[in-house]
Design a protein around this ligand. Sequence first.
Ligand code: PGA
Length: 261
Amino acid sequence: MKQSVKMIVGNWKMNGLAADLSAAVVEMLADLKGRPASARVGLCPPATLIERMVRTIDGGPVSVGGQDCRVEAKGAFTGGVSAEMLVDAGARLVILGHSERRQEFGESDALVSDKVGAALRAGLTPIVCVGETLAQREAGEAASVVRGQILGSLNDGLAGQDWALAYEPVWAIGTGLTPTLEQIAEIHAAARAAMVERLGDGGRAALILYGGSVNPGNARDILAVDEVGGALVGGASLKAADFLAIIRAAEPAVVAADGQG
Ligand code: PGA
């Protein structure tokens, strides 16, 4: 049985206007205030909403995060947002190396590692994403691809810091498809081994989140898998009720009378 507190992080991606924020966040906060969650909860809206979300949450039990940052602290990088700017807006976390950024913006492992360094410099908790494509899985390369991404994307500075890895199979993101629980267990074990290979003992403490089509129906089973330390949630984090159900699924099992969690 794993004892550590799980971490549930929502990734709104490029969704959300001020109006969505008040509805979703106020509903979530009301629920969490009524019955505090035992999981760590994070929510990563578009950069435009970070400060507003921080103000809405007002010290409540949800950390706000960014979805990316640049390596540099400031400078002539039109459109860029630095880790320091995220902190200035009130963020505490940042998602780095998401597969959408790796694919859309050609982000390499080396760049992700540098971004991790920037996040640590600014005092943010980095959530470093890795995951194989469908072609790589079908070629039997899932574990080796994830190992390579971990070795390349982590940063020496992570040892001893607060950070998390997120295993997100690319083919499971936004598709409604998920790996089997055995496949999740296999890759999470391989990920842990690679984290220790890269950082030594410094790779043992960080949580490994699973991401990719997590929803209220599958969250409890996925979160019970060995080495699954939480979830990174895309689509389902946009609906307060669904996100709350996933947060509740991360709590120590309260088994219902019929045995269904
Ligand atoms: P999804 O996205 O939950 O919508 O599949 C997960 C993610 O991309 O982090």
